[in-house]
Design a protein around this ligand. Structure first.
Ligand code: T5A
Length: 215
């Protein structure tokens, strides 16, 4: 049994990752792929508890380094209990955010040293790297309107950040994509959804899924 493929979705708030993730799962299903949809931070019961802790706007100060450690703590649980076992069973995994989010948000957004992030990545998932990353790129002002209208006013700790913060995050993502053009597919997320889905399908097709299922 060959190892499954690991596909990650990245982008700022409201870029359309969750929407595209569902499309990707349905597309892969039509191509006979056993696929698992998951997300970060979260993906296991304990990691979902960490997600709640890291996203909620409480009264305690959470330093950028602490935030980074919490993200990797959740990621360690997720990789060990969900992602690695699924890939080893030959399933494909579609994950809404992974370590590139830490590079962009904690690294570029908050100024955490990249050497800390890369050290933690090597410790937590030395053997698990995305085969394909779909970066949904969108101006922050546009994404925040989408995200905040959907959040119903209850912005989390990240959604409450400034546009300048998200400009840094977006620039960080684009720099990662520039460095790894084989892995990243940068998709204009301001385009109509059908067009975005068309670009996503083209990127997935490059991973050579099995033949399309017969109707
Ligand atoms: N985080 C996470 C870190 O800081 N470091 C890390 O290491 C990790 C893993 C939670 C937060 O954690 C931070 C980043 C985040 O702030 P999250 O749950 O992924 O991460 O949260 P959000 O990014 O806030 O997710 P959102 O749900 O807001 O954004 P999505 O999933 O990108 O957007 P989606 O699909 O829900 O779409 C938003 C709206 O836009 C519409 C959709 O219908 C929906 O209403 N839409 C479009 N409309 C028009 N045209 C299109 N092309 C559209 N695509 C979507």
């Amino acid at each position: 049994m060959s190892r499954g493929r690991f596909i990650t979705l990245e982008g700022i708030e409201g870029a359309g990752k969750s929407t595209v993730a569902k499309f990707a799962v349905a597309w892969l299903g039509r191509h006979n792929v056993a696929v698992r949809l998951t997300r970060e931070p979260g993906g296991t019961p304990l990691a979902e508890r960490l997600r709640q802790m890291v996203l909620e706007r409480g009264t305690e100060t959470v330093s950028p380094a602490t935030e980074t450690l919490l993200m990797f703590a959740a990621r360690g649980l997720h990789v060990q209990n969900v992602i690695r076992p699924a890939l080893e069973r030959g399933e494909w995994v579609v994950c809404d955010r992974f370590t590139d989010a830490t590079r962009a948000y904690q690294g570029s957004g908050r100024g955490v040293d990249s050497s800390l992030i890369e050290t933690l990545a090597r410790v937590v998932h030395p053997d698990v790297q995305p085969d394909c990353t779909l970066l949904l790129d969108l101006p922050p002002a546009h994404g925040l309107i989408r995200a905040r209208s959907r959040a119903g006013g209850g912005a989390d700790r990240f959604e409450a950040e400034t546009v300048e913060f998200f400009e840094r995050v977006r620039a960080g993502y684009l720099e990662l994509a520039r460095r790894e053009p084989e892995r990243f597919h940068v998709i204009d997320a301001a385009a109509p959804l059908m067009e975005v889905e068309h670009r996503v399908a083209a990127a997935l097709a490059r991973l050579n899924p099995p033949a399309r299922a017969r109707k």
